[in-house]
Design a protein. Structure first.
Length: 745
């Protein structure tokens, strides 16, 4: 049955192909603008359909989809389609003319967007954490194959050069093509093997990141050299200095400007997808800057992607929209057009086939030996070096882009371009099975296992979906305490904060200072990947007067947690005050409602914290425990977990329906393990035969805790309510409170 379905799909595709070819041949008789546009659209459709189908097939065979997209271009090019039906192939994909110009324009835009995406996927924090092993592996893995490739370029026959007087430029391109790795392909295979967070997986990805970054700088300088046509020491030094200045400015001032641009666009535009427009405009501006200083536009697009990828907000928004557009439209078109430019028929010539085999051998041996040597110098074991060397041998999409740039700038001839593309296909297809074999031989150590468990806990935490905090406070002690706690949470993760005034008067400087001081004094979260400063960005939002409208006007995509702190937390008839309820009503995400009492009311900004967190087996309880542990970690505060066995549960146990001692002990052990993952030592307490609210208040007094953090669930209804226990604690507690409830982030 499956074979019949497969045959049916093939027959349908073949029929559609035949109809299109017939209609294209008919269009050849009409030399009009309409037929030109129809051919252009038809070419795009063919590239998309064949790229998607063969990309899907490649993935099912354990290969990256980009290989299928590249092979789709080879099939549609002179190697296959041109042999079967030369007239139709030249009609749809002509070597020159308006049709070629339009397709080239799409390909050039595709190159910039692909480099933008590659930059967004590049995590410099990974490379920074394991810089010794990654740097040595990358530098040796670049230097050795680059030297081999450069030497090959110096000795190949003049007939294979695009211009005999620019042998140096061709040799530089060959050296770069031999040495560069595809971070995208490497990351895909490592992720598929569940090794992305393993030590060796991070070294492999970080080395590929450094490879990519250095490779694009070399390409940019080589393109500049190709434009000048000769080696001009002054021009070369000027270009190198300008490139260094551009990189320094981009990674310092530029990072801040990109973040401000994304946030300002997101917060002020009401039209659809404004952030995508802002990102593409920023990419275009940086590409123009690199073109102006005399290097390739691809460097500007790649650096723009680096900065966009480091933006602390809207990562999910960007992934869903921009990444989807690039991967669904521009990737199959660009790699399909790259395959079109490769005429594999030239490999039928014995001397060219021999040269191609030499290129593959030099590229593979040079990359393998260089990466292996670099890993050994960096302190890796023999098995780790073996995995690193096999993983770094994939050229993939990066190689195709390099070869395309070399062909378009005249640094590579058509024959050299085809051989480099074929080399990229061979090395990329050989990498996944060899890397799987090498990674399968690596055992996991105890320290590495503990780190993986911590990161697994982070992935399941509701904090993993938070990008920035919204803090709605007034001038009261609760407002000051809310600002301080928000700063502790934000500083540990480097999240931006939006500060909103509630009540009369503007937010005084002390609130912003409280957020910043708490953030700067917080201990970085051990579960975070990036090694960054706890300094955060605080935005003051001056809204409308009503609390609900104030929160609504400030809330933008990316705000996942609202911290509310106002003077009156309790209403006259019990429950939450109307001002708290109105503020919460204007927000759909997670809530953290703060009420300052006791010691923290008198000194909300500086008094040391001593945290009590009631726990149960519910999801809401774990959420409260996570907040308590993050606060304790950031502030260096002690924390006690309290489990309360209610009278109902105790009486049921006596009848033999429950086993509370075992269940309660297991729950407390789980909380202690959670604390170990956060690097926080937790004290535990248990109370039985007492109402939960009374047990919480009694433990707070006996333990002299000054902050109670409760994970709660919001009850349905018009009034803001978290249930009877939370209401009783709110109305009776003489200690400061934080109620943490869930929401749809």
């Amino acid at each position: 049955m499956a074979s019949r379905q497969s045959f049916g799909r093939f027959a349908f595709c073949f029929a559609a192909w035949s109809v299109f070819q017939w209609s294209s041949a008919q269009a050849a008789a009409r030399d009009t603008r309409e037929s030109s546009e129809a051919l252009f659209i038809g070419a795009i459709v063919l590239l998309l359909v064949f790229g998607r189908v063969l990309g899907e097939l490649a993935q099912r065979l354990g290969q990256p989809a980009v290989m299928g997209q590249l092979i789709a271009g080879v099939v549609l090019g002179p190697s296959v389609f041109g042999n079967i039906w030369p007239h139709a192939q030249h009609l749809i994909f002509p070597p020159d003319g308006p049709q070629k110009t339009m397709l080239s324009a799409v390909a050039q835009l595709g190159v910039l967007l692909l480099l933008l995406l590659a930059g967004m996927e590049t995590d410099l924090g990974v490379a920074k954490k394991i810089r010794r092993a990654a740097a040595s592996a990358s530098l040796a893995g670049i230097a050795v194959p680059f030297a081999f490739g450069f030497a090959l370029g110096e000795f190949i026959p003049d007939a294979m050069l695009p211009r005999a007087d620019q042998r140096l430029v061709t040799a530089l391109f060959l050296g770069t093509a031999m040495s560069i790795s595809s971070v995208k392909i490497v990351a895909i295979v490592v992720r598929e093997m569940n090794f992305l967070r393993r030590d060796i997986g991070q070294v492999i990805v970080a080395s590929a990141i450094i490879d990519d970054t250095i490779g694009w700088i070399i390409i940019a300088l080589t393109v500049s050299l190709a434009r000048h046509g000769s080696v001009d020491a002054y021009s070369l030094l000027t270009t190198v200095a300008a490139t260094a200045a551009f990189l320094f400015a981009s990674l310092t001032v530029g990072r801040r400007l990109i973040f401000l641009l994304i946030r300002w666009t997101n917060d002020n535009f009401v039209s659809e997808m404004p952030v995508i427009t802002a990102i593409v405009v920023a990419m275009g501006c940086m590409a123009l800057i690199t073109d102006w200083i005399g290097v390739s536009t691809v460097l500007g697009a790649f650096v723009a992607g680096l900065l966009v990828g480091q933006s602390p907000i809207l990562s999910r928004h960007i992934d869903d929209e921009l990444r989807g557009l690039i991967t669904a439209l521009f990737m199959p078109i660009f790699f399909g057009l790259s395959g079109l430019s490769a005429d594999l028929r030239i490999l039928g010539q014995p001397e060219l086939l021999l040269t191609w085999g030499l290129i593959v051998l030099i590229a593979s041996v040079g990359k393998f030996s260089g990466a292996f040597l670099g890993g050994w110098v960096g302190g890796l074991t023999t098995r780790q070096c073996l995995a690193l060397a096999t993983g770094m041998n994939a050229r993939g999409s990066t190689e195709i882009i390099v070869a395309t740039i070399g062909l378009s700038t005249g640094a590579l001839s058509q024959s050299l371009y085809t051989m480099i593309v074929a080399m990229a296909v061979v090395t990329t297809m050989a990498m996944p099975p060899t890397l799987r074999w090498a990674l399968g031989r690596l055992p996991i150590g105890e320290e590495e296992r503990q780190r993986l468990e911590r990161e697994s806990a982070e992935a399941s935490s509701f904090f993993s979906g938070l990008e920035r905090l919204l803090v709605a406070v007034d001038l009261s002690a609760s407002g000051k305490l809310g600002a301080r706690l928000a700063g502790l949470l934000a500083g540990a993760r480097g999240m931006p904060v939006t500060l909103v005034r509630l009540g009369d008067g503007a937010v005084e400087g002390g609130h912003e200072a409280a957020v910043v001081d708490a953030a700067q004094g917080s201990v970085p979260d051990p579960l975070r990947d990036a090694e960054s400063s706890p300094a955060i960005d605080v935005t003051i939002h001056e809204p409308a007067a009503a609390p609900e409208e104030a929160v609504k006007s400030a809330a933008r995509p990316g705000h996942g947690l609202l911290v509310v702190g106002v003077a009156k937390s309790t209403g006259a008839e019990g429950g939450f005050h109307e001002q708290v309820a109105n503020a919460a009503r204007g927000f759909e995400g997670h809530l953290a409602i703060v009420a300052a009492r006791g010691v923290l009311r008198a000194d909300a900004a500086a008094a040391p914290l001593d945290i009590l967190v009631p726990v149960t087996g519910a999801e809401a309880s774990r959420r409260g425990a996570e907040v308590a542990l993050r606060l304790a970690r950031a502030a260096g505060a002690p924390v006690t977990a309290l489990f309360v066995a209610s009278p109902t549960a105790t009486s049921a146990t006596r009848r033999g329906s429950l086993q509370p001692k075992e269940d309660n002990a297991a729950l407390l052990r789980e909380i202690v393990r959670l604390g170990e993952q956060y690097g926080v030592a937790i004290k535990t307490a248990m109370r039985v035969n007492i109402a939960p609210a009374d047990a919480i208040l009694r433990q707070a007094r006996l333990g002299d805790h000054n902050l109670i953090v409760m994970g709660v669930s919001r009850r349905p209804g018009a009034a803001l309510s978290f249930g009877d226990v939370a209401s009783a604690v709110l109305e009776s507690a003489d200690r400061s409170l934080v109620f943490v409830s869930g929401g749809s982030v």
